[in-house]
Design a protein around this ligand. Structure first.
Ligand code: NAD
Length: 379
């Protein structure tokens, strides 16, 4: 009887130890700080007005007539028109990029560019000009100058439906280089603008057209040419990150996307800056259904296009490095649980020389042998 009571007490103690050790090994919230990171596609960067800012539209209606011409009026509010402080943001980004970030990864041969000259090249094509008159040559001079001397060899990365994760992975050009990691695109990424005739500012700060009915090239003028010019300047092995679990019903590789229309057709096949191999990386968001994998649906079509253009082709579903970023962003996802526990164990071992997670199997073993021992004594 006494041994049974002793066994019960031991059992309770060990269960408590197990629960604590489980909490240490499985519950990430107990001893970690979790910072929210962007999801796979995250925020799209597009020079299109958003219909989401209705509250700001109301704000515009309440302000005076003078302010309607330029609702920014020295402050930075979000409107459906040109981004407030466009010029200052562009110049600031240009200096930041060249004087602060530059030393980190750009080569010594890339000459520092004149930020004012770049801004003026951009402005001269837009200011006082109606937005819907733009076409694919509008920004030619800007890109020629801003991308002069830039050739990305073996480090260029493209994205379609995967803006956020691709940029986390590229790490501002430290690992790979996206279009937005170049000075030319960095100065405008996420901003909006449209010119306006007969306006003192020359820009429409209230509202930019949603789309130009008679001229689709107006909508593609900047990012279309940006994509094309960048694609012409990449060489060697390149990477393309696709979304294998799109929730918007679009395929992973889509005709009419910027990647399909302006990037893939402009990779060089000959010359010193020719592309040799295209690595397609298909990602599947944790906790979302898998829609396409390598060798399936639209990715088969993409493979044919790439092979027909005589590029070497390889497709990988969820490479390890990106898997870790995805799980870092979706810490609580079902598919990430085992990795989380394994990482905790490895890190505890690295930091404390022992793994807290070992308490769990060890205490179970102890419980098992104590049970046998008590059983033997009671017999
Ligand atoms: P995507 O499907 O993720 O689209 C990117 C953005 O462009 C989204 O906002 C989308 O709504 C818009 N878009 C796509 N096709 C469009 C079209 N035909 N007309 C008007 N808007 C369109 O991916 P994607 O289309 O393949 O574009 C991503 C690629 O193109 C990247 O490799 C990048 O180099 C380049 N790009 C960059 C930007 C940017 O804002 N930084 C914009 C477009 C394209």
């Amino acid at each position: 009887m006494f041994y049974h009571q002793l066994y019960l007490v031991l059992l309770l103690v060990l269960i408590t130890i197990n629960i604590n050790s489980l909490a240490l090994t499985i519950d990430p919230k107990s001893n970690t700080v979790h910072l929210e990171a962007p999801n796979l596609s995250g925020q799209y960067h597009n020079n299109r007005p958003s219909l989401l800012f209705s509250s700001n539209v109301n704000k515009i209606e309440l302000i005076s007539k003078a302010d309607v011409i330029n609702p920014c009026n020295g402050t930075f509010i979000k409107t459906n028109g040109t981004t407030c402080g466009l010029k200052e943001i562009m110049l600031g980004r240009c200096y930041q990029y060249q004087y602060i970030q530059r030393g980190l990864y750009l080569s010594n041969t890339t000459a520092v560019k004149n930020c004012t000259e770049l801004y003026e090249l951009f402005e001269s094509e837009v200011r006082f000009k109606p937005y819907c008159n733009m076409n694919m040559s509008t920004y030619e001079k800007y890109f020629q100058r801003a991308l002069e001397g830039v050739h990305v060899i073996n480090r260029a990365i493209f994205w379609s439906g995967t803006y956020a994760i691709t940029h986390t992975y590229s790490a501002h050009g430290h690992n790979y280089i996206t279009l937005e990691d170049t000075l030319a695109a960095n100065m405008l990424d996420g901003l909006m603008w449209c010119g306006k005739e007969n306006d003192p500012q020359g820009f429409d700060y209230v509202s930019c057209p949603n789309n130009c009915q008679d001229n689709r090239w107006a909508d593609l003028a900047f990012w279309g040419l940006a994509s094309k010019t960048f694609a012409e300047r990449v060489a060697g092995e390149i990477y393309v990150v696709l979304n294998g679990s799109r929730t918007d019903g679009r395929p992973s590789y889509r005709n009419g996307s910027y990647f399909a229309e302006f990037e893939l057709p402009n990779f060089q096949r000959t010359g010193p800056y020719r592309v040799t191999k295209i690595n397609i990386l298909v990602l599947h968001t944790p906790d979302l259904p898998v829609v396409e994998r390598c060798g399936e649906k639209s990715i088969i079509h993409l493979e044919h296009l790439i092979r027909d253009a005589q590029f070497e082709y390889i497709c990988i579903d969820d490479p390890d490095e990106l898997l870790l970023i995805m799980c870092g962003d979706s810490w609580g996802a079902r598919e990430c649980e085992v990795a989380r526990t394994a990482l905790r164990r490895a890190w505890d071992f690295k930091v404390f020389g022992k793994s807290n997670a070992n308490y769990y199997p060890l205490s179970l073993l102890l419980l098992f042998f104590t049970g046998i021992f008590c059983q033997m004594l009671s017999n």
